[in-house]
Design a protein around this ligand. Structure first.
Ligand code: PRP
Length: 209
């Protein structure tokens, strides 16, 4: 049985359709209910829905053999897993955003509010910019409005959240997309189904690019 951790939500549903087209369907997953685990004995596959930021924890510890996680999560938490494939979905970018009139106050430490402490630190270290990180867990956009920080480092998809809070992208840090990841031991001992699914998904993503 191949255990697959999928990110709960719209991205996960899209990704499940990709897995189904690759031959790992599990029709019961489409039923309207609040169950979190679904399996298809015949296809030897078991799916479970987890919080997107938790997928890599399940995979790293082997509770899931494979999973789908955003590149943002992989860069932030650096889980000890194999990154097998860029699925080309869930595309967005990690960016520095600030009020429209923002100018970098280069004479002093920059205050940066973010959920992505590691990504923000690495980015500013590479630029040699001195920063003070303020770790928040959500609603990051509020921080510069209330004077808690100068800028934020966050995910931007459509840009609507920034716009509606009178913020704008100041710098793009990197593009983000969903990745297929595998537990290292599973990759060795369940290599056949994992490689099969990876190659089917690769063919599918290349066809849509
Ligand atoms: C992310 C991010 C922004 C929003 C950007 O939040 O933190 O708030 O999406 O999307 P947009 O550019 O399309 O407006 P997410 O919905 O992932 O949830 P979160 O509040 O847990 O960060």
């Amino acid at each position: 049985m191949l255990n697959v951790a999928l990110p709960k939500g719209r991205l996960g549903e899209k990704v499940y359709q990709m897995f189904a087209r690759a031959g790992f369907e599990c029709p019961s997953i489409l039923e309207e209910n609040r169950k979190l685990i679904f399996e298809n004995e015949e296809r030897q596959v078991r799916y479970f829905w987890v919080k997107p930021s938790d997928v890599s924890i399940y995979v790293e510890r082997g509770a899931a053999d494979i999973g789908v996680a955003g590149k943002d999560i992989l860069l932030e938490y650096e889980p000890d897993v194999y990154e097998l494939l860029d699925l080309g979905v869930g595309k967005c970018r990690m960016a520095v955003a600030a009020p429209n009139e923002f100018r970098d106050p280069t004479h002093r430490t920059l205050r940066v509010a973010t959920k992505f402490v590691n990504i923000a630190r690495n980015y500013y270290t590479s630029k040699g910019r001195d920063i003070d990180i303020i770790k928040l867990n959500g609603s990051i956009e509020i921080a510069p409005i209330l004077g808690l920080s100068d800028v934020i480092v966050d995910i931007v998809e459509t840009g609507t959240t920034l716009k509606e809070n009178d913020l704008a992208v100041f710098e793009t840090i990197l593009p983000i997309s969903a990745r297929l990841i595998a537990n290292k031991a599973s990759f060795k001992f369940k290599n056949e189904p994992i490689s099969r699914i990876c190659e089917s998904l690769r063919a599918e993503t290349e066809g849509t690019r």
